[in-house]
Design a protein around this ligand. Sequence first.
Ligand SMILES: CC(C)(COP(=O)(O)OP(=O)(O)OC[C@H]1O[C@@H](n2cnc3c(N)ncnc32)[C@H](O)[C@@H]1OP(=O)(O)O)[C@@H](O)C(=O)NCCC(=O)NCCS
Length: 160
Amino acid sequence: MIDFWTRLAKPGDSDAIAALNDAAFGGPDEARIVRQLQADGDSLLSLVAENDTGLVGHIEFFRILIDGQPVGAGLGPMSAKPGLQKSGIGSYLIRTGLEELEDLGETIVFVLGHDTYYPKFGFEAGTAKPFKAPWSGPHFMAIRLAPGGPASGTLTYPRT
Ligand SMILES: CC(C)(COP(=O)(O)OP(=O)(O)OC[C@H]1O[C@@H](n2cnc3c(N)ncnc32)[C@H](O)[C@@H]1OP(=O)(O)O)[C@@H](O)C(=O)NCCC(=O)NCCS
């Protein structure tokens, strides 16, 4: 287990977050998506993990409309620094982020991602299935944070 801590991302972190995403994904697409979400006001929560060398992880959560209402959240992109992956950074960012979103009153979070990774945190394809989205299948998952959110509906993602 390596030593790191998490905090809310600040405007001055954006270049370091972009560099982290470029390194983790091996291309510029995810960094561009993060900048677009921030610029359009679609970001709900942006958390970084850092240690005394700088940023070692990042997770982004964004607003998803359900039947036109701002009652859904999406997870992504997320990244851990190459060389430090599989040492718990991603897991900690997901768990911390979900707790924060629950505190903010969010009831459901969607993700499109690795179907061997996100179920560790409670995401299930079955939870996402009643919702109409541009994608479906085992990689499209959701987790309920609290009762009371919509049981089904059409999702509108931010432009990216
Ligand atoms: C995916 C990513 C964010 C995970 O962060 P991380 O800090 O490496 O993950 P953790 O150390 O918390 O891993 C926790 C568990 O998930 C597993 N895991 C990590 N990455 C995985 C992957 N891509 N697919 C399946 N399992 C994965 C780990 O082996 C570990 O398993 P264990 O708990 O059984 O030991 C990170 O590996 C990364 O940046 N990858 C490149 C970018 C990417 O693919 N982002 C996600 C897009 S959906």
